[in-house]
Design a protein around this ligand. Structure first.
Ligand SMILES: [Zn+2]
Length: 104
């Protein structure tokens, strides 16, 4: 049985909404940033210094610029366990949707 474009679009919308909902679970609603329990700070991934300037936030993440080498990077970043949880939840949702879209 072939799916209509509309049916496929609706599935994709569910996938998108689920992905956004998964992401939102990691954000502290009072700060708009990733909750402290899920993240850890890090040094510059290029030069290893810890001297940076906060430049902007996006979807819960804080982006900083290294004052030594000018690298722009996300800081803090997810802990290993939070990152695993994040992608396992997202993958479970995606695999369900993709399986339903195989004809497409
Ligand atoms: Zn640097």
């Amino acid at each position: 049985m072939n799916k209509t474009v509309k049916e496929i679009h609706e599935k994709r919308s569910i996938l998108y909404d689920s992905s956004i909902a998964n992401h939102a679970q990691y954000i502290d609603k009072t700060t708009g940033l990733f909750s402290e329990k899920f993240v850890k700070s890090r040094n510059c991934p290029v030069c290893q210094n810890n001297d940076y300037l906060k430049i902007f936030t996006k979807e819960g993440g804080v982006y900083v610029k290294c004052r030594v080498c000018t690298m722009v990077y996300l800081n803090p970043i997810f802990t290993d366990s939070a990152l695993t949880s994040y992608y396992m939840n997202n993958h479970a949702i995606q695999s369900d949707i993709v399986e339903n879209d195989q004809e497409f």
